[in-house]
Design a protein around this ligand. Structure first.
Ligand code: FES
Length: 155
């Protein structure tokens, strides 16, 4: 994407949020909806526009799990790490997933097929450990089921 395109897109997004109080989060959500992540050049544009530092914008991006600073993989797999799921094996499941994919939380496999994210409760606590694949919840995920989900996602 060219600088000119980026500036045009950002002018549109910033104009849409011009009258909002506390516009940083809504702006970041709009940027992520547009690009699928928050591109690094856009961070400076937002900082300049809101008269805050680049570090402040970056701090908000890294605080919220929903924002990414790099494009996601083709499939997004989330594993619940909240208490009820932890009590039925979510930690071991998480370790297995990260090891198989060779990435950390939020990371994307080298073939760009899977991004793995931690999530804290998917509302499926009675059927833990729970996961979500491209927005669809999956309950009672054991090692074999996880391996199948990863294989289906092309990891
Ligand atoms: S604690 Fe995992 S779905 Fe609620």
């Amino acid at each position: 994407m060219s600088d000119v395109q980026t500036i045009e897109i950002m002018q549109g997004i910033l104009a849409r949020h011009a009258k909002q109080e506390g516009p940083l989060l809504p702006i970041l959500h709009s940027v992520q909806a547009e690009y699928g992540f928050i591109p690094v050049d856009v961070v400076q544009i937002i900082a300049d526009h809101l008269n805050i530092t680049r570090a402040e914008v970056h701090g908000v991006i890294s605080f919220y799990h929903d924002f990414r600073d790099a494009p996601a993989g083709k499939h997004i797999i989330k594993i619940c790490r909240a208490e009820a799921c932890q009590s039925v094996g979510a930690n071991a499941l998480s370790d297995r997933a990260l090891e198989k994919l060779g990435v950390e939380w939020g990371g994307t496999t080298a073939n760009s097929s899977v991004t793995i994210e931690a999530v804290y409760c998917l509302g499926l606590c009675a059927c833990g450990p729970a996961a979500m694949v491209d927005g669809k919840v999956v309950g009672r995920v054991d090692g074999a089921k996880l391996d199948k989900l990863l294989a289906e996602a092309g990891a």
